[in-house]
Write a protein that binds this ligand. Structure first.
Ligand code: NBX
Ligand code: IMP
Length: 835
């Protein structure tokens, strides 16, 4: 089902489209180019084409405009001998590109007119595009926002990743349960990707290592008898915001090394030859959903190495065009590792320098460490990647040797600093010894990088004091914080065009590339007419979402009710269950107090659970079951509605964020690294109910504590409670009647058509005195805070004032700020200020 009904903004600057060499950007030429693409590339009769055809033809037309800017951009990189940044990520959650490219190219009015001349509305054309869902959640979307900011700030950078044939699974709800189906996003092709034939690189797997003496008499390692797979590049262009700068993401596709492996023909085994080809090509077939317990699958390791090996051949090729030796490598190349997923790049660069280039260990290691920087995105120990030595040794035997040597030399330096401290060595070692040897990829990434960063202030502090405390002591200054952000182009200008228009009419356009400018909205928060315009826009966005909800779920919701939204991956630590408990409380409260003046509420959920995470799936089932009961209970009289929107993705988020009143950011303090959804809501004028976790802390600091609904324990308190519980969940239940009733309703089948067993595991986890997410301990504080939210919402005008102040103070959370910090503090590249 397509996401639809997007209003398309005219909130672009009015200084005309940017210049173009070959392709003119007036409406007439754009229309001609659309027709040209329809006929020449798609073989369609323009008079009989539909919105799908026009959408594709318009995308090709936009791509034409971007290609020439991309070529010019690349030439300036060479001309100015710029240092290049390589952002390595297994995930890029791009979403749609058409509307974004029209906005960033600055040709909205012309495109609208061209499309209108063909009898269409631009929003209808944009709704035909399939999402590129090549990521799981925050980490993948952050990479996509980074690409937009990197292009806008004119940083000489590339994204490198995998062109998955299947993105994140498509989520359907069947009887309220999540059912996964494949996301075949390339079914009808995509206009945005250039499948290229060059450069194509071989990638080796398996085999074994031999040594030989080179012509200088040195012993060198050689990785032989390998099975090879070819990597073919596919480029997606990313335009900066109205600056003629276009960069690319290079996504690799796996191809069999030769069309068919000829050795099989010798044996007359044609079918085996075809099977071998098919098996090579599965490497780039499908994106792995994160497993809450990482299973260490061979194919996932092969994906990681496949894209790293291809990327480094490309980096080397480009470097060698202009450089004779590797001395200056770190002055010309910076590589950012998006979590440990590409961390095999560290031994790979070592292998290239040692085995292929014949450089000695010390020098190779110095180059490597100065090249790499690592971003950590999680505090959950179970989410840290570990590969068994057995698997790594089988798939990448030479890398395992190099990792052992890195570890050996590293532990020697540790032993020098901490003599006779076996425990220290064990804790810091890259190899985990107990319970079957494993390679700790985070340790490898820390040892092999000059910078390790967390993604919010609290997250970084907890990395330094808990997870990687010994490393922080060992490498003073290596750890640093880079608070996440979001791109204001997609998350305000594009997603909320009416609000963007209102802001631009009052402040001008500078905020689009300098989000701190939003501060000037503070002066408008006191004006009644401004607040009226503001709340009219919010209401229109809510009507749009209500229509979408009806189309997707057949549930009618009231746009004047409070839109209370929690959209994110379903995970126990994010505590969707806590939210559900509040809804049960509210349901009971309204039933018991029919005359209560709590404002009507629409609770909206969306998000995917990992396919193997049964407990997360049971939480989805609980929410859809509560929805079924509450939405159909006439005694509630529409004062509470619960909705679970299936298949959360970027395009759906673009409809949801502008329509939210209340943003639920309720993870157990100390578990959410940063969160970025929290920023998207606040930037669109929702108020947050949240814990002191991740970037919530910084958001609250910015917007002011009086404009933020805070509840729950701090990270320190939570940690302390886990070790020295002050109360057991059972005691809380016994002391609080409301809480007791909530838990009881999970056990008596009220929400399970009488099935008492269905939600018993959830009740059990809530009452478990070792519940790591401490739901019961935060529940009363959460319920009280929700009462304050209700009271505040009754004063609509003041709510609007608070919403305006939230938006006014979100300047810090632009990825433009984040990327400037990465650039200047990690990559060593000064960002040029635009005049
Ligand atoms: O990265 C997320 C964090 O949970 C958020 O707090 C943070 O804001 C965001 C960006 O920094 N992490 C995340 O999305 N992880 C994954 O999607 C993931 C994917 C594959 C995998 C493990 C985690 N094997
Ligand atoms: P790559 O950097 O080799 O991947 O090439 C990307 C694009 O940059 C090419 O398509 C050219 O447009 C441009 N380019 C490549 N090499 C050079 C060069 O040596 N000087 C100027 N531009 C170049």
């Amino acid at each position: 089902m397509k996401v639809q009904n997007k209003v398309v903004s005219s909130a672009v600057r009015d200084d005309g489209p940017s210049s173009s060499l070959h392709f003119k950007t007036n409406a007439e030429t754009i229309r001609e180019n659309i027709i040209h693409h329809l006929m020449s590339f798609q073989g369609r009769d323009p008079e009989r084409s539909g919105a799908v055809d026009i959408s594709k033809a318009l995308s090709y037309t936009m791509r034409d405009l971007m290609v020439e800017k991309w070529i010019a951009t690349q030439k300036t990189f060479y001309a100015k001998k710029k240092k290049r940044v390589y952002y390595l990520s297994l995930e890029f959650l791009i979403g749609r590109s058409l509307l974004n490219s029209v906005i960033n190219l600055g040709i909205m009015d012309e495109v609208k007119k061209a499309v209108a001349d063909l009898g269409y509305d631009l929003s209808e054309i944009c709704d035909e595009e399939e999402d590129a869902g090549l990521g799981n959640g925050g980490l993948g979307r952050l990479a996509a926002c980074f690409m937009d900011s990197i292009a806008t700030l004119k940083i000489p950078a590339y994204g490198y990743g995998i062109r998955y044939e299947y993105g994140l699974f498509y989520q359907q709800l069947v009887d309220g349960n999540q059912v996964e189906t494949p996301d075949n996003w390339l079914r009808y092709g995509t206009a945005w990707a250039f499948d290229r034939r060059v450069p194509v690189f071989p990638v080796k797997f398996y085999g074994h290592v031999t040594t030989y003496q080179d012509d200088k008499g040195n012993y060198r390692a050689q990785w032989v008898n390998t099975k090879d797979v070819m990597a073919m590049p596919c480029d997606m262009l990313i335009p900066g915001y109205r600056n003629d700068h276009v960069i690319n993401m290079r996504l690799w596709t796996a191809r069999a090394s030769r069309e068919l492996d000829l050795s099989y023909f010798g044996q007359g085994n044609y079918i085996a030859a075809v099977e071998s080809k098919v098996s090579s090509e599965t490497i780039s077939k499908v994106l792995y959903p994160p497993d809450h317990n990482l299973a260490g699958q061979e194919l996932r390791l092969k994906q990681q190495y496949f894209f790293v090996a291809a990327t480094f051949q490309d980096i080397m090729r480009r470097y060698k065009k202009k450089n004779e030796t590797f001395d200056a490598f770190p002055d010309h190349v910076a590589v950012q590792l998006n979590d440990t997923h590409p961390a095999i790049a560290i031994p790979e660069l070592m292998r290239l320098l040692l085995d292929e280039e014949g450089i000695g260990w010390e020098k190779a290691w110095d180059i490597t460490v100065r090249t790499f920087a690592y971003t950590n995105h999680t505090l959950m120990p179970e989410a840290l990647e570990r590969w068994t030595v057995e698997l790594l040794g089988k798939v990448l035997p030479r890398h395992l040797q190099i990792i052992y040597e890195i570890n050996h030399r590293f532990l020697e330096t540790v032993a020098q600093k901490y003599p006779n401290d076996g425990n220290k060595l064990r804790k810091l070692s890259i190899i985990e010894e107990d319970g079957g040897k494993k390679v700790r990829m985070a340790h490898l990434a820390i040892v092999g990088s000059h910078s390790v960063n967390g993604v919010a202030a609290l997250h970084t502090k907890l990395l330094q004091t808990r997870l990687f405390h010994d490393f922080d002591k060992f490498y003073p200054g290596k750890f640093n914080s880079k608070t996440n952000g979001i791109t204001p182009r997609r998350w305000l200008l594009q997603a909320n065009p009416e609000l963007a228009d209102l802001i631009s009419k009052n402040l001008g356009f500078a905020w689009i590339t300098n989000l701190d400018e939003l501060r000037n909205l503070e002066a408008h928060a006191g004006k009644k007419t401004f607040r009226k315009r503001w709340s009219d826009i919010k209401r229109a966005n809510k009507v749009r979402l209500a229509d979408y909800i009806f189309k997707e779920t057949q549930v009618t919701v009231d746009p004047d009710s409070m839109f209370d939204v929690q959209v994110k991956r379903i995970h126990e630590y994010k505590r969707q269950l806590l939210n559900a408990l509040h809804l049960i409380y509210l349901y009971h409260h309204i039933l018991r107090n029919p005359g209560t003046n709590v404002p009507p509420r629409t609770a909206i959920f969306a998000g995917k659970a990992a396919p193997s995470y049964w407990r997360a799936k049971l939480i989805i089932k609980l929410i859809t079951s509560i929805a079924e009961v509450v939405n159909n209970d006439p005694r509630i009289a529409n004062r509470l509605k619960v909705v679970f929107l299936p298949n959360y993705n970027v395009s759906q988020a673009e409809i949801i964020m502008p329509a939210a009143d209340l943003s639920e950011q309720i993870s157990t303090a100390g578990t959410e690294a940063s969160g970025t959804g929290n920023m998207k809501f606040s930037l669109n004028g929702a108020l947050t109910i949240g814990t002191l976790d991740g970037a919530n802390i910084e958001i609250r600091e910015e917007v002011g504590e009086e404009n933020f609904f805070l509840f729950g324990m701090t990270a320190e308190e939570a940690e302390y409670e886990k070790l020295n519980p002050s109360r057991s969940p059972m005691q809380i239940c016994e002391q609080n009647r409301d809480v007791y009733n909530i838990i009881e309703s999970l056990r008596n089948g009220s929400f399970a058509r009488g099935d008492k067993a269905l939600f018993q595991p959830l009740a059990d986890s809530l009452l478990d005195q070792y519940d790591p997410y401490l739901l019961m301990l935060d529940l009363e504080s959460y319920l009280n805070c929700q009462n304050k939210v209700n009271e505040a919402f009754l004063d609509q005008d003041n709510w609007t004032k608070m919403a305006i102040l939230n938006v006014a103070r979100m300047g810090k959370f632009s990825t433009d700020r984040t990327i400037k910090e990465y650039s200047e503090e990690i990559w060593g590249i000064l960002v040029e200020e635009e005049q």
